[in-house]
Design a binder for this molecule. Structure first.
Ligand code: PFF
Length: 470
């Protein structure tokens, strides 16, 4: 009995689940990629497409993962086999995604921690220089220490358990994050800067962000906007990584899944939208339309320049921004480690605390190795999607661009064609509430989502570009 209790954790209720799942979904993707894509892909055009896709395609994948988790009450490694004997291989593929992501997530988390300290020790002017970031990540000790601190913070929360660790932390962290991002976004809209006789305002930046810009919108461009929105979306919702299956398995049977899933979608999309509201106007005011970049260079290179240009207030703005990013990254990293803990506890039939400790040791070593990918283990590799990367980029590419579309595709085939959507629909309606988007769900899971996944897979592996040449 005690054994059973130990191996089957649960969230205390609906709010805890929503906050933890939203915490996983809201991460670096919302902050460093969504605003960039919106600025690049015609502002409002991207926003509208993204919104439609969240409500159809993203929602379908989220329903799949969460309902499979709650239906089986198992972590991903066993859940798929339980849904359909013979499909255990999908659990094993899914296991690989967090196993790879976890090798590098704490490295990035460490960079964020370093940038928080910059604003407290008065180094923000230096951080505005172009090579500050590259000299930091290529320095021998400092990035390792910050990465390990982030890893340990994550482990401590996971070690405390689902209710006492993850749920409690998310319930505190997510409202603070929301409050901070709203405050920074409002401030960002009030900015004004004159350079070379040209004055740009935050409200003009807002217009760049939200007004649909159809100039130069050809069919090809529209398709590329669509692909950008789709790949962003499924990464942003943390689907296809086993995470939402794990969190779903902690949801009690009396909880209304419809409502919870709606809230997770709203939270994730709202934070992504607010991130754009905070970043696009501030970059626009100080660096113009061409100042937008994505990924690490956006938050570690472009934004520190903007904070510096703001004068004294930039210190507060910068510190608040990086604290907020740290919260977002931490709740996501927690969900990755938790998924591995749940999987490994089931594989090795071991108590979760012991598993957490062992995984902490393994991933601390991995964090060090990935950090050294910028120095000792440095190499440059041309990836099939056309980008050039080193160790961290390679791990990121394998998990996000190769494995995630495969797991999503297979889980749609499993649900849509093998076991049939009724299994999921019954799970969604378990507590008597009707599953309102049932019909959209059925069409999406059987036909649309698998096709989208094949296209995304072809695109990220370079085949799509190759096909377009003919
Ligand atoms: N959903 C997160 C984001 O948008 O940044 C991404 C993420 C979370 C990636 C958890 C990986 C992960 F394991």
């Amino acid at each position: 009995m005690i054994q059973k209790k130990q191996s089957h954790s649960s969230f205390s209720g609906q709010l805890g689940f929503i906050m933890a799942a939203a915490g996983s979904a809201v991460g670096l993707g919302n902050i460093w990629r969504f605003p960039y894509l919106a600025a690049k892909d015609g502002g409002g055009v991207f926003l509208i497409i993204y919104l439609v896709l969240v409500l159809t395609f993203g929602f379908t994948l989220l329903v799949n993962d969460i309902a499979i988790g709650r239906h089986t009450q198992k972590s991903p490694i066993q859940a798929y086999e339980m849904v359909k004997p013979g499909w255990g291989f999908l659990g094993r593929i899914t296991f690989l995604v967090p196993a790879i992501i976890m090798t590098y997530y704490a490295v990035i988390g460490g960079w964020v921690l370093k940038y928080i300290t910059i604003y407290f020790v008065g180094e923000w002017h230096a951080a505005a220089s172009s090579n500050y970031f590259s000299s930091f990540i290529t320095s021998p000790i400092s990035p390792i220490i910050y990465g390990l601190i982030f890893m340990i913070l994550t482990s401590v929360i996971v070690y405390r358990g689902v209710q006492n660790g993850i749920e409690k932390f998310s319930k505190i962290c997510m409202p603070i994050l929301l409050f901070m991002i709203i405050a920074i976004a409002i401030f960002s809209l009030t900015l004004k800067h004159t350079e070379n006789g040209v004055t740009r305002t935050g409200l003009q930046g807002l217009a760049v962000y939200v007004i649909p810009d159809f100039s130069g919108m050809t069919v090809g461009k529209f398709l590329s906007v669509l692909l950008d929105a789709m790949s962003q979306l499924f990464f942003s919702l943390s689907v296809s990584m086993g995470i939402m299956v794990t969190y779903g398995s902690y949801v009690k049977k009396d909880i209304d899944l419809n409502h919870s899933i709606n809230m997770i979608e709203i939270f994730d999309t709202l934070i992504a939208f607010l991130a754009g509201l905070m970043i696009i106007p501030s970059i626009y005011v100080f660096a113009g339309k061409s100042g937008m970049s994505s990924g690490p260079s956006l938050i570690f290179v472009s934004l520190p320049k903007v904070f510096n240009a703001m004068g004294k207030i930039g210190v507060i703005f910068g510190a608040a921004f990086f604290i907020m990013v740290a919260f977002a990254a931490l709740t996501s990293c927690i969900s990755v480690l938790e998924t591995l803990v749940a999987d490994c506890s089931e594989i090795f039939k071991a108590p979760r605390k012991k598993v957490t400790l062992i995984l902490t040791i393994i991933y601390s070593i991995a964090t060090v190795i990935i950090t050294l990918g910028y120095t000792v283990f440095y190499f440059k590799l041309k990836l099939p999607n056309g980008t050039v990367g080193q160790l961290l980029d390679l791990a990121d590419y394998l998990s996000n661009s190769v494995l995630m579309p495969i797991t999503s595709f297979l889980s749609c085939v499993l649900i849509g064609w093998v076991v049939k959507p009724k299994l999921i629909i019954d799970e969604m309606e378990l507590n008597g509430k009707s599953f309102k988007r049932k019909n959209i769900y059925k069409v999406m899971v059987k036909f649309v989502a698998p096709v989208i996944m094949v296209i995304l897979f072809l695109q990220s592996t370079g085949f799509w570009q190759w096909l377009l040449r003919f």
